[in-house]
Design a protein. Structure first.
Length: 389
């Protein structure tokens, strides 16, 4: 039966499951720094072998027991990691074991890598990040779409990944609360006027409503669902995506948008002259996504796939969605419940500047998404430095 693990209980569980040899000398540390779950790292001190046990709590850790949350998210996470591993094993941790009633996933320890957000904050560039994430998104999207898999099986997979409680978090925290005066919002008192202006902006709200509707209704591809830079481990030559508990069938541009937004937030936290690597990553992710997705498209069994204009239409939608969803993510990470360390760790005056810039950029991304090529995002960052630009 379910009970939350402690470090001692996690060791006992690892022994019971036979995850280490008989004479192992085990130590354990809870290392979770995310908003939702417990993460235990267990090491055999004799051999340095290690594993991760991730466990869902019956509530959202960041808020506490007043915010109950389904344990089923642990099953969604382990199933999503296994599904992604069937297409891109090089980009996800190996899953060794999972247990629905304990809400645990036992997986490969990736501690030799660094969480990309932390590395980017330290000024690292992770030269392969965009190539790898572009390929990850293109392959998982194509192979789980109606163009890349049997269309009857796709409907079953979409049922398996029905994830209403976690989707509701995104519907509220990304698409709704930041645009209204909601008590989950969290921002510096100095930003009140900027936030009120956003709340009165009906053009912005109408465009955001369209994006929310896409998120609610468009069951296109299996998404990671929360692909920010804190969900990515990286080094100079390796990239691993973790934490897909928000996985569900949604619009093709959503993961791209989340990733772009978090790169942009890191860019805004830097001096202007140091932003180029982030713009490079955005453009390269997009280019690799388009190239990989287009190559896979040739394998499609769908009779309409080879009709001129169909692929172009899918990619056009993906681009518009990615830019619009990026705008929503930029805004919610600035004034909503869950922020990003990139900006929050800045001293007050720089932080306020970066956040005001983020609100203007987020708005422009949402409102201009249909006309904007990916390559123009960089100029948009420059154009939104000043008020009224
Ligand atoms: N496979 C792993 N290997 C090493 N560390 C991990 C692994 N998975 C998670 N972690 C650590 O735990 C932290 C929280 O994990 P995450 O899956 O993001 O949890 P949450 O769902 O609560 O956001 C990560 O930032 C990382 O430091
Ligand atoms: C109350 S959940 C807030 C926020 O946390 C999730 O991120 P993570 O689990 O990676 O820390 C997700 O982005 C949710 O929107």
């Amino acid at each position: 039966m379910y009970e939350p693990l402690t470090e001692q209980k996690a060791i006992a569980l690892a022994v019971r499951l036979g995850l280490f040899g008989k004479d192992a000398l085990l130590s354990c540390q809870e290392i979770g720094d995310g908003n939702l779950n417990l993460v235990f790292r267990i090491v055999n001190e004799r051999t340095n072998d290690s594993i991760i046990i991730k466990q869902a709590l019956p509530y959202a850790k960041v808020v506490g027991e007043s915010w109950p949350l389904t344990l089923k998210r642990a099953t969604i996470e382990s199933q999503a990691l296994r599904t992604f591993a069937s297409y891109v094993p090089q980009y996800v941790p190996k899953v060794y074991y999972s247990d629905e009633s304990l809400a645990i996933t036992v997986m490969e320890d990736l501690s030799h890598l660094q969480i990309a957000r932390r590395g980017l904050i330290e000024g690292k560039t992770f030269p392969k990040l965009s190539e790898h994430i572009g390929e990850f998104i293109a392959k998982t999207a194509f192979y789980t779409s109606d163009f890349g898999m049997n269309q009857q099986q796709k409907k079953k997979l979409a049922q398996q990944f029905t994830n209403p409680e976690l989707c509701k978090i995104t519907e509220d925290l990304v698409f709704t609360d930041p645009f209204f005066d909601h008590d989950t919002n969290n921002f510096e008192a100095e930003l009140r006027a900027d936030v009120e202006q956003l709340g009165q902006d009906d053009v912005l709200k109408c465009e955001t409503a369209k994006l929310k509707r896409l998120f609610l209704t468009k069951a296109d591809v299996l998404l990671h669902g929360d692909l920010h830079t804190g969900s990515i481990f990286a080094s100079d030559d390796e990239t691993k995506v973790i934490d897909p508990e928000f996985a569900f069938y949604g619009p093709i541009g959503f993961d791209l948008g989340q990733f772009f937004a978090n790169l942009l937030l890191n860019a805004l936290a830097r001096d202007e002259r140091d932003r180029e690597p982030l713009f490079h990553h955005i453009e390269k992710t997009w280019n690799v996504f388009v190239r990989t997705f287009s190559e896979l498209w040739r394998e499609s069994d769908e009779p309409y796939a080879q009709i001129s204009g169909v692929l172009q239409d899918v990619l056009h939608d993906a681009k518009i969605e990615a830019i619009g969803f990026a705008g929503c993510e930029v805004i919610r990470r600035t004034i909503g419940l869950a922020h990003v360390a990139d900006v929050d760790e800045l001293p007050l005056e720089r932080r306020l500047d970066a956040k005001r810039h983020a609100l203007r950029l987020g708005r422009a991304l949402i409102v201009q998404r249909e006309q904007l090529p990916i390559q123009a995002i960089k100029q948009l960052v420059q154009q939104t430095v000043h008020v009224n630009s």
